[in-house]
Design a protein around this ligand. Sequence first.
Ligand code: SAM
Length: 440
Amino acid sequence: MPVSPARAAAFEILMRIETTDAYASELLHSARFAKLSAADHGLLTELVMGVSRWRSVLDSAIARYSTQQLSKLDREVLTALRTGVHQLLFLDRIPQHAAINESVELVKRARKKSAAGLVNAILRRIADSQISPRRGELEQNGFDFRSTHPLWLVERWERIYGPEATRRICEHDQSPPHTAVWIRDSYPNDKTVHDGIQLQTGRLLTRAAIVTAGDISRTAAFSQRELVIQDEASQLVALLVGTGKNILDCCAAPGGKTRIIAQQNPKATMVAMDLHPRRAKLLRSLVSESNVHVIAADARQMLLTKSFDRILVDAPCSGTGTLARNPETKWRLKPEDLLRLQAYQIEILTAAIKNLSTAGRIVYSTCSLEPEENEHVIEKVMVADSSLRLVDCRDELLRLSDSGELAWKEIDSLLNGPYLRTIPGVHPCDGFFAAILQKH
Ligand SMILES: C[S@@+](CC[C@H](N)C(=O)[O-])C[C@H]1O[C@@H](n2cnc3c(N)ncnc32)[C@H](O)[C@@H]1O
């Protein structure tokens, strides 16, 4: 029996996610799957993201109807089961027999023929059972948002942000986030309908917009980078960097923030650095601003001869502020990762500060919700270096408000003390943290 292209591709991507540290969103946009029809690509995305978002809920349904413990099942078998259960529970328009039969076929193709009967039996029991709750019913039945994320994450967010904000974060992470764009000056600024897409004014920034209809990636404005897909909180972090003459962006790829900083500083010289040559190359292909020099280097061992008056360290992090976009991350992350990431972040920030000129400013940012990677990094770096002073992000937000760039009126809600702090589900954007440090 044949397997549809979308399900075969979903199984391949989900297995890659299980066995490597690849990102679902990057695999979905890779050349390998570019030839799928729009409908097949839509189903592929729904399956990969849906299985990653709802993994724990799918696993408890499987556990309820399986005669074997989940931990005893081969990865291929569990992946085929999750894909089948996701279709049964969440996708109304897919016939049950297609969901079941193709999952059985995927297991056979993965050379796990002996598990075909088990997969068939579990999926049939789930299809016949009263639990078949489609998504709407899950919500109506007072579905427990706490079961959608690893408990250790939910419990720490409840401690840090309180139960209400935690509920909002979890619920936000369970749906595809809206698409926000950065708009170049040259694009018509009435922002309503152009090129077959519909835009709504940004919620945080006046230069941003939210795509409310149409496929932006098929527009000329997208190809010419007059419209660039980028979350509004990420855009805001880039604007916090302000203006300078010599600017360094030391964890820069794929270059979303580099592009905005370069456009805001057309006369400045800018260096954009990334550790991975492949990612530095990607940045070069995406950021065409002529004042940006791209280098592949380790920011912890920078060999730069000059100093910079503005530096951005957009550090690699756990990404817990962007789980709606990268849902697979929540299952990979372990509590002990936070301190390992912190040590790495401190190394990068400390090295970057050495290249900061007197009176120069450095913005440290992450898309993490975890204090270990945010406030604690800043506190530790400041204890070790008395030449640094914290600049209150409020002052910069007021500057952006006065200049008409910040649309969001409740400035205090974006702040946690002197820091910028956005929370997904609470604010209309990803979760970002930023601190601004100045050298005496
Ligand atoms: C959060 S991402 C940056 C996103 C980027 N600023 C943007 O807005 O598009 C972090 C980046 O840091 C890079 N990176 C990780 N370790 C690094 C290091 N030691 N030196 C330089 N770059 C590093 C990663 O390759 C990754 O591209």
